[in-house]
Write a protein of this length. Structure first.
Length: 234
């Protein structure tokens, strides 16, 4: 009597459980301190099944990057659709809470660095351009002269705040990685004010941009004249 091979749906379910377990444990303990055996136990599967699906720990890490990016993209899409009819406050907080494991994972990934995180950040920027464009079509987001630059800066600011989560706790009394989302009201109010009420007067902004465009490029190499002058000064 031979064993019945698992169905495709069962295979996918096992792989999804492994990914969810890996994202949670990598996010809480880091990549080096988390073993495949621990991930398998957390997912309630055998360790050989992890190797079967992902080949190695590095392969699992790459799959987690894509898994996290996909989940964040779907979450943003859902938020945009819900925002059209007005997003209830408790729903926003629920979304923040549900994203906790993804946020912890991204923090560990950014701290670890490497080419993998470069590829992940690029995908996050691309995804941001997609759902921001949809939000713009729905009248939820204002247009930008440089959409990709704006998307990259917003991600840098957001993830920079995560890296400084202990300072956020000092200033606002809330840690997005540990505290319940309903305690983030004060911090979220400041973020929303920053994005909805311009800090700079439009006229001042225009002058600043004109100054930046007119500023000469910074000299990156010493010219022969400057080198000669430096030698003379010595």
């Amino acid at each position: 009597m031979t064993d019945t091979p698992p169905s495709p749906s069962t295979e996918r379910e096992g792989a999804e459980r492994i990914l969810d377990a890996a994202v949670e444990l990598f996010g809480r303990h880091g990549f080096s301190a988390t073993s495949l055996k621990a991930i398998a136990a957390h997912a309630d599967v055998s360790a050989p099944l992890v190797i079967h699906h992902f080949g190695s720990k590095a392969g699992l890490r790459r799959a987690c990057d894509q898994h996290v990016a996909r989940l964040l993209h779907d979450s943003k899409d859902a938020a945009i659709e819900d925002s059209v009819g007005g997003l209830p406050r408790n729903h926003v907080m629920e979304m923040i809470h549900e994203s906790g494991p993804l946020i912890r994972y991204l923090l560990q990934a950014f701290l670890a660095g490497g080419q993998e995180i470069d590829a992940l950040f690029d995908r996050l920027v691309d995804d941001s351009l997609e759902y921001t464009s949809r939000a713009q079509d729905l009248g939820l987001v204002t247009p930008s002269e440089n959409p990709r630059d704006r998307a990259a800066v917003m991600l840098l600011h957001s993830f920079g705040a995560l890296v400084l989560h202990r300072q956020m706790k000092r200033q606002f009394g809330v840690d997005p990685l540990e505290d319940p989302p309903e305690e983030m009201t004060r911090y979220m109010s400041a973020v929303l004010e920053l994005y909805t009420r311009p800090v700079l007067d439009a006229e001042v902004y225009g002058r600043l941009m004109a100054d930046l465009r007119d500023a000469p490029a910074e000299q990156t190499t010493d010219s022969p004249e400057s080198s000669s002058q430096e030698g003379h000064d010595r």
